[in-house]
Design a protein around this ligand. Structure first.
Ligand code: C5P
Length: 300
């Protein structure tokens, strides 16, 4: 594609997702510990005579190609701020599970924003880009930043976190059919009438800082406050979690609002073994191995 700009952007897993009570604006205050992991979408923007989106990859049939797509909204938000005609073709090469709790839609928003900023030579500052990301959605700023970060507020107020060692090994089990994030938050409200103020776990932050997978695994137990709600809406995920842990994962949890489940494993060999066992168990659609943290959205 001549004259285009391509941005590669990672998925995320929430190693902690502490959720408070619903706010008057309908959002929930969070203490959200994000880790970017090595499953990637690539978003290419190319000058065109009209604005349109296309998508390829294993999940392409589930991706909306209208202005509900965060990539479209990102391009249009940047164009309207700068009086630019957003006549571009946006192509999403999608490899992040859709509606899976891995911020795939948010990733495409951050990637399209960065790609359009480069294509149109806007030269936005990091702060300007992060402001637009926060308007687009709670997880979009993290997709831009990557690495590991604590997100407060509705998840968009980020503090980058240091991660020791060489990174963590993960297996992600995808499920048939997505889960709606608003529906999972509503189920959380129903199950949790008096949610306490969300706080990051000091032990979990320390496990990240030292790069200690065993310590992180211990901190993952009940670290996702949305997990009971996701399991309530999709009880079969309990079997997936059991299958991953009995295959040797150090810990298993629902990724964000689900239905993807995430398994922390000791090393690359364990990741292959757990992924094969998950597929053989018949409790998931497919299993993917990944490592994290990895960098956020980057022009390639
Ligand atoms: O911010 P984003 O558009 O990704 O959020 C999607 C939905 O998830 C919101 O409409 C809301 O129902 C829910 N949500 C929430 N509290 C947050 C983030 C998301 O209730 N902090």
């Amino acid at each position: 594609m001549s004259g285009g700009v391509t941005v590669r952007v990672p998925a995320k897993v929430n190693v902690q997702l502490a959720v408070g009570a619903a706010r008057p604006d309908g959002f929930h205050d969070l203490a959200n510990v994000f880790l970017a992991v090595s499953l990637y979408d690539e978003v290419t923007v190319t000058p065109s005579d009209r604005f349109y989106l296309t998508c390829s990859g294993p999940y392409a049939d589930q991706v909306p190609l209208d202005t509900t797509n965060l990539a479209a909204r990102a391009a249009q938000a940047l164009a309207s701020r700068h009086g630019i005609d957003p006549a571009v073709h946006i192509h999403i090469a999608k490899d992040i599970p859709v509606a899976g709790g891995m911020a795939g839609g948010s990733a495409d928003g951050a990637a399209a924003l960065l790609a359009c900023d480069a294509l149109w030579s806007v030269g936005s500052s990091r702060t300007e880009l992060l402001d637009i990301c926060a308007e687009l959605g709670s997880d979009v700023p993290f997709s831009l930043v990557g690495g590991a970060a604590l997100g407060l507020g509705r998840g968009e107020k980020l503090t980058e976190l240091e991660v020791g060692g060489t990174g963590f090994h993960w297996v992600f089990a995808t499920a048939d059919g997505g889960l709606s994030t608003p529906a999972v938050f509503r189920e959380f409200d129903r199950l949790t009438p008096e949610a306490p103020t969300p706080e990051a776990s000091p032990l979990l932050l320390e496990a990240l800082r030292t790069g200690d997978a065993e310590a992180l695994a211990a901190s993952l137990v009940r670290s996702n406050d949305l997990q009971p709600a996701a399991l309530s809406l999709r009880p079969s995920l309990t079997e997936t979690l059991e299958a991953g842990v009995s295959a040797g994962a150090l810990a298993g949890l629902v990724s964000g609002s689900g239905p993807t489940t995430a398994f922390l494993v000791a090393d690359a060999g364990a990741a292959e073994k757990v992924a094969a066992a998950l597929v053989a168990s018949g409790t998931c659609r497919t299993a993917r191995v990944a490592t994290g943290p990895v960098v956020g959205a980057r022009v390639i």
